[in-house]
Design a protein around this ligand. Structure first.
Ligand code: FCB
Length: 456
């Protein structure tokens, strides 16, 4: 890889979070409950029954977090808006105090030279809408567009990029098929209908945006290269199914207006009939694609694992994160090049990339997290490699700014570049934050200095 190429001067350098994972105070100032509030308060759903009631208390501490990002030299912050703060019942009456919180956050970001990058939906559907069927109800596309209109009218003058839905695959798979995420259903017939409604809602929000907004709007997908465990025809077919299910399931309807043929084979009778009008709604031109990249999947045929009849194989080499994800930086370049082949010059952003490792608590104000430093070094070099190959990559966001509430894992998985002591809310930038800051400052040159040179 060429060591002379650098990241462009106008590159967006950020960190990402989501509302339920960092804000805390989910019912403050007139907010309605979300499905995550309900799920985490249901016995047995999350590790040790942990909830996002306090999380990182960003609801009250956002000014400190903004100042910290500024100190690290970042120029963008990706956060999500909680739908039920804005519309406590999901639709109808707007709660001005909910808008007010984000208004203050956005102004603080701009005052510190950080571009606000806003996700409209990061998994926290208003519970009142879940009572009406939630993502299973086709009306959700109208509800989502109504909510989008409200926040776009309030903030479009100050937001750089809007993302509609974060990781629709995870919403459908975790929320409606395997059930580990809110609302915790396990139903083969529901999952593909939910995927379809998520994409319809995305399309309806983009349409609403074109009538109201002047900035840029896109979608965030989690993409994962699927590699066959062997050359056997069974493993190759399983790999195609896994790729169709997780990756092409979302990208192809948005950019081509059609679902991959494998989905009907995977879901059988559970795959719904799809109208042309729906596909037209889904295929709205987007201004950028956000890609969340964490790992790859090495795939083998496995008739017992339904509906995919495929499962992932653990690799013999030892580098896995604490969430059991293989560390595989080359997969980021591969993913970006793969998207370029399908979307041409569409601007791309890495909207999430990062790793959980069990860090030691701070000692004398320092947290050494050498594995996370190496994770970032490898993946940022992979992003640079994609740029070298002509990918139109415009920005990168570390997941996450802060150790935070990792959904059903509660507080047990630390993804932050900044350590959070959840008893005191004290923030301590880890060595990985300093390393990332040095990469930002040098536009990538610091990636090629010796590992031991990572500043403390
Ligand atoms: C992604 C989610 C994000 C976080 C990371 C670890 O799938 O978008 O909220 O949980 O994984």
């Amino acid at each position: 890889m060429s060591e002379t190429i650098r990241f462009p001067g106008d590159f967006l350098w950020g960190a990402a979070t989501s509302a339920y994972q960092v804000e805390g105070s989910p019912l403050a100032d007139g907010a309605g409950p979300s499905i995550w509030h309900r799920f985490s308060h249901t016995p047995g759903r999350t590790l040790r029954g942990e909830t996002g009631d306090v999380a990182c208390d960003q609801y009250h501490r956002f000014a400190d977090d903004v100042a910290l990002m500024r100190e690290l030299g970042l120029n963008a912050y990706r956060f999500s808006i909680s739908w039920s703060r804005i519309l406590p019942a999901g639709k109808g009456t707007v709660n001005p105090r909910g808008l007010d919180f984000y208004d203050r956050l956005i102004d603080a970001l701009l005052a510190h030279g950080l571009a606000p990058v806003v996700t409209l939906y990061h998994w926290d559907l208003p519970a009142a809408l879940d009572d009406l069927g939630g993502w299973l109800n086709r009306d959700v596309a109208h509800w989502f567009a109504e909510y989008a209109r409200v926040v776009v009218r309030a903030f479009d003058d100050r937001v750089r990029l809007w993302a509609t839905v974060n990781e629709p695959w995870v919403v459908a798979d975790g929320g409606y098929l395997t059930g580990g995420l809110a609302p915790g259903h396990r139903n083969l017939f529901e999952a593909p209908r939910v995927s379809h409604n998520l994409l319809r809602a995305h399309g309806a929000a983009v349409q609403a945006y074109r009538a109201e907004g002047k900035r840029q709007i896109g979608l965030v997908l989690n993409l994962e290269p699927k590699h066959p465990a062997s050359d056997s025809p069974e493993d190759l077919a399983a790999t195609r199914r896994a790729d169709a299910y997780m990756n092409r399931h979302y990208l192809e309807p948005v950019v081509r207006g059609a679902y991959p043929a494998e989905l009907a084979e995977i879901f059988g009778e559970a795959w719904p009939d799809v109208t042309d009008a729906d596909l037209r709604l889904i295929r709205q031109p987007i201004d950028f694609l956000g890609i969340n990249y964490y790992t790859r999947g090495v795939t083998r045929a496995d008739p017992q694992t339904l509906p995919l009849r495929a499962s992932s194989v653990r690799q013999p080499h030892p580098w896995y994160t604490e969430t059991d994800w293989e560390v595989y930086p080359a997969g980021l370049t591969e993913t970006l090049v793969w998207v370029r082949e399908r979307c041409g010059d569409l601007p791309l952003y890495v909207t999430e990339n990062g790793a959980a490792f069990a860090d030691e608590p701070p000692v004398n104000g320092r947290v050494d997290d050498p594995r996370r430093v190496e994770y970032y070094r490898g993946h940022l070099a992979a992003a640079l490699d994609a740029l070298r190959r002509g990918v139109n990559l415009r920005g990168y966001f570390a997941w996450s700014l802060l150790d935070n509430y990792e959904w059903s894992h509660g507080y047990s998985k630390r993804f932050g570049i900044v350590h959070v002591d959840f008893a005191t809310q004290r923030r301590t930038p880890k060595a990985s934050a300093r390393f990332y800051a040095s990469v930002v400052r040098s536009r990538g040159a610091a990636l090629f200095s010796a590992p031991s040179a990572a500043p403390a």
